[in-house]
Design a protein around this ligand. Structure first.
Ligand code: KG4
Ligand code: ZN
Length: 344
């Protein structure tokens, strides 16, 4: 056997499945970094009329779509189940009924194909999305995870090994985006809509608070900011003043970004890390990305971020994280359950 064949023998193909919220997703990832396919069926349109994700509808739609999405992922990668080394699946945190669909599908595939089952933490997936487009990135690095359910500042010590430096005390950053979007009449999903509108507004138009948390300088709090936006809107209404949606969007977004940047850069300095990454749905925000780009360049820190499509929920990130778990020897049994509040 030639060297090329030997190299090829060592390739590890992971089939990854993600159903923790409102995207039914499957992907085939080679050696943790190369995405052979990345199929996402998004349910956003279904939930829009309710102004947010309805768990029962999400679970039902996952059941309808999961087999098709997995088959498409295998076909698009040009492989069959016989080529797959392990199946990785998000088992928490997330909506329990939604998670269960992915977990059950992954167990069935693992059993039928006789390949290992590897459960993955959703946030480990988000962070690992950075490995896909930055082949040179290795731990340790500081990472800001900002999604609809989480705002964490972590030190990635090794693959899948995280130390939490700071977390939100109340709302997650994405949750604040969604709630403020609803308040200014933009609807669901709020993050991308605020992002777009903020580009036309003046970020200095309204001065919103940048909350500090006394006990831990790395922790976040966004509920006060959300209330400040609601109060501002109410007082305008009472005074009969018109509200410039774009200015509110831009000023709110700037307040969130300022806090995220300040806390993150302090952690980078404190922990002596020269590498900083962002992850999660909010990491696709254009204002946040350009603020970090500027600040990291100014401070001579390497800045890593997944492209926007890999920031929001997808299965390729689960395949990247799953690969490193698989290499560490992590194997789950058929008693693997969905864990809605799984800790990092
Ligand atoms: O990571 P993700 O897809 O799902 C969770 O694990 O929560 O994050 C979804 C969140 C939502 O709150 C959404 O409004 C927010 O990420 N988001 C954004 C943007 N795109 C998505 N927030 C700000 N700007 C964006 N461009
Ligand atoms: Zn997510």
């Amino acid at each position: 056997m030639g060297d090329v064949d030997k190299e090829h023998d060592k390739d590890v193909l992971i089939l990854a499945v993600e159903t923790s919220c409102d995207e039914t997703a499957a992907s085939v990832v080679k050696n943790g970094r190369e995405v052979l396919s990345n199929v996402i069926y998004t349910q956003i349109a279904l939930h829009t009329e309710y102004g947010g994700v309805v768990p029962e509808i999400a679970s039902r739609k996952h059941i309808e779509k999961i087999n098709q999405v997995i088959e498409e992922a295998l076909a698009a990668a040009g492989v069959t189940l016989g080529d797959i080394n392990a199946v990785a699946v998000t088992y928490g945190p997330g909506l329990v009924g939604a998670l269960l669909v992915g977990v059950s599908a992954a167990k069935a595939i693992s059993f039928a194909a006789g390949i290992p089952l590897v459960g993955v933490h959703h946030i480990n997936g988000h962070i690992s999305a950075n490995y896909i487009e930055h082949r040179e990135l290795e731990p340790p690095f500081v990472c800001l995870v900002a999604s609809g359910g989480h705002s964490h500042l972590v030190l990635a010590r090794d693959y899948g090994v995280y130390e939490i430096i700071g977390r939100t005390r109340d709302d997650a950053a994405g949750e604040a985006f969604d709630k403020v979007a609803r308040a200014i009449g933009l609807g669901y999903p709020g993050g991308p809509k605020i992002d777009k509108l903020a580009r036309e507004g003046n970020p200095e138009a309204v001065s919103f608070p940048r909350a500090k948390v006394a006990e831990n300088e790395y922790d976040f709090s966004f509920s006060g900011l959300k209330s400040a936006v609601l109060n501002y809107l109410n007082s305008c209404r009472m005074k009969g003043e018109s509200v410039c949606q774009a200015d509110v969007a831009a000023s709110f977004q700037k307040a969130v970004v300022d806090v995220l940047v300040e806390h993150s850069m302090r952690a980078v300095r404190e922990f002596g890390c020269r590498k900083f990454a962002i992850a999660g749905g909010v990491a696709s925000n254009s204002g946040l990305r350009s603020a970090f780009e500027k600040e990291c360049e100014r401070q001579g820190v390497g800045f890593y971020r997944p492209s926007p499509a890999l920031c929001t929920d997808n299965a390729a990130m689960i395949g990247a994280a799953g690969y490193y778990e698989y290499q560490k020897g992590v194997r789950h049994g058929y008693d693997l359950n969905a864990v809605p509040n799984l800790r990092l």
